[in-house]
Write a protein that binds this ligand. Sequence first.
Ligand code: NI
Length: 198
Amino acid sequence: MSRWTRWALLLSLAIGPILSVAGGVAGAAHGATLGGPFALTDARTGQTVTDTDLHGRWLLLYFGYTFCPDVCPTDLQKMILARGALGADSRALTPVFVTVDPARDTTPVMAAYVALFSPDLMGLTGSQAAIDRIVLEYRVYVARQALPGGGGGYLVNHSTFLYLVDPRGEVAEILPASLTAAALARRLRAKMGAPGQD
Ligand code: NI
């Protein structure tokens, strides 16, 4: 998405999720928690994977789509680089790419796409309803934009935050994808501490 769009998103979205995380920490009584249950398809295996299946490990979630012309590939590459910088601790962190465009990002499309970045990158897709649910839970901004020409082509503008989810399945931190890979790695390491000793 364009630079101004990203800034607008930062302004409009940065506060909400951060307050939500703060609210979650302060007490779920306010109902302002971020994240939640999901049941999606792991593109590599074709099997259903739920949020509880992934408990016990750290996750780094990124929402986007395979037709994304620029931002998604850059951010995903950065995410993989940052994880790699964790060295042996990287095994405790599973990078996950969740599509916001399930109509085009079918299981085989997602499987081929995530393989371009890392054999460890999990690609999740699902029904439109299942994707709508996780998008809502993580407060992801998603807006379809028709391409000119009437051919039915479209882009999907989307927010580009990375969500670090702890082994209990709770969002531990929201990281802007504008961070460098090195800065991202530092932030991950700071939050994860020594994985396995939790
Ligand atoms: Ni994108």
